[in-house]
Design a protein around this ligand. Structure first.
Ligand code: OSB
Ligand code: MG
Length: 369
């Protein structure tokens, strides 16, 4: 394909309720969309970076700058492109995986739309539906948390993930178990809020039969997670620490995790995400699809990946209405029994609704070779 233009569009989309984690409270998404126009088709992608560098070092303004100033010039210098060529072309630029993922995904969407192939079949998905879970905000009070969990369970979500941090961990988990019983699938996510010296404290979560504890320690503390895994019986899952197939390999070898959460943006794209999946499958490490509060653009692509066979644990892919009153695409809906269908159309299977996109757009920049 020949790239004719790339549009970088900033969109502000309000959340239906504040989303509080150990690192921030988000009330809206500041989304960067990448639209690649080629001689054959156009493709869309969503950059998953959030507005501030608090989940990882990446953030939306930086992703925008690095795409415009460093990634697109390298892409434009190539005479012909396809998705497999994007990562090698961008390799000289260090880091910035969420930015690279957005560029590669938009090229991939255009390529697949041109050839009429869905992202799910291109990646090798074997499932038609994904088990939907929900990530539950930190609340000020237990009753508000219980009310939220109850509404998600009534909606049909198959798994509840509680965000935790020091001071909001044992008590909310105990309260949810007490109210909803031992049958519900329950796990927690600390987003790096603890240190190695909290090992004994975290081990007190063992009595609650959690599916996993996600990313208790710092992103770089792989050895610490291995140490923790020898003290805590609940399986350790890594999110922030896994930024590539290489880091996944090293974490598994170090016995730092029993489970891995795969977010394509965090590892530099869907092609690398598939390599992480394959490596985990070979090592006997189950994976599941994480999320970054994506709109329908990013969420649809995540659904395609989550159809691969080693995605055996429920995802963080919720229905559009868990986050947005009005999604950028046709809403992603969940069945009453907590499953979401993987899109079958070409590429990511969706595109923004023009009038909604226009209403929510904050700025648009068009770059050409
Ligand atoms: O750690 O999984 C995380 C959202 C933003 C940043 C990091 C995380 C999350 C979530 C929500 O937990 C996942 C989702 O529902 O999209
Ligand atoms: Mg996480």
């Amino acid at each position: 394909m020949n790239i004719e233009a790339v549009e970088l569009r900033r969109v502000a989309i309000p959340l239906v309720s504040p989303f509080r984690t150990s690192f921030s409270t988000q009330t809206r998404r500041d989304v960067l969309l990448v639209r690649v126009v080629t001689d054959q088709a156009e493709g869309w992608a969503e950059c998953v970076a959030i507005a501030d560098p608090l989940y990882s070092s990446e953030y939306t303004d930086a992703a925008h700058r690095v795409i415009a100033d460093h990634l697109l010039p390298r892409l434009f210098a190539a005479t012909r492109v396809n998705a497999d060529l994007v990562a090698p072309l961008l390799r000289p630029v260090r880091g910035h995986r969420m930015a690279k993922a957005a560029v590669e995904t938009a090229v991939l969407d255009a390529q697949l739309k041109a050839s009429g192939v869905s992202l799910s079949s291109h990646l090798g998905a074997t499932a038609t539906h994904v088990d939907s879970g929900v990530s539950v905000s930190i609340y000020d009070e237990i009753p508000a948390l219980l009310g939220a969990v109850e509404s998600y369970l009534l909606a049909g979500y198959r798994r509840i993930k509680l965000k935790i941090q020091p001071g909001w961990d044992i008590e909310p988990v105990a309260a949810v178990r007490e109210r909803f019983g031992s049958q519900i699938c329950l796990q927690v996510d600390a987003n790096s809020a603890y240190t190695r010296s909290d090992a004994r404290h975290l081990a007190t979560l063992d009595e609650f039969g959690l599916l996993m504890i996600e990313q208790p320690l710092d992103e770089e503390d792989v050895a610490g997670h291995a140490e923790l895994a020898r003290i805590v019986r609940t399986p350790i899952c890594l999110d922030e620490s896994i930024v590539s197939a290489q880091t996944a390999y090293e974490a598994i070898r170090a016995d730092a995790c029993a489970i891995i959460n795969i977010k394509p943006g965090r590892v530099g794209g869907y092609l690398e995400a598939r390599r992480v999946h394959d490596l985990c499958a070979a090592a006997g490490i189950p994976v599941w699809a994480g999320g970054m509060l994506e709109t329908g653009i990013g969420r649809s692509a995540n659904l395609a990946l989550a159809g691969l066979p080693n995605f055996t644990l429920p995802s963080d892919i919720s229905a559009s209405d868990r986050y947005f009153q009005q999604d950028l695409t046709e809403p992603i809906t969940m069945s009453a029994d907590g499953r979401i269908e993987i899109p079958k159309g070409p590429g990511i299977g969706v595109a923004p609704i023009p009038h909604v996109l226009k209403e929510l757009t904050v700025s648009t920049q068009v770059l050409k070779p």
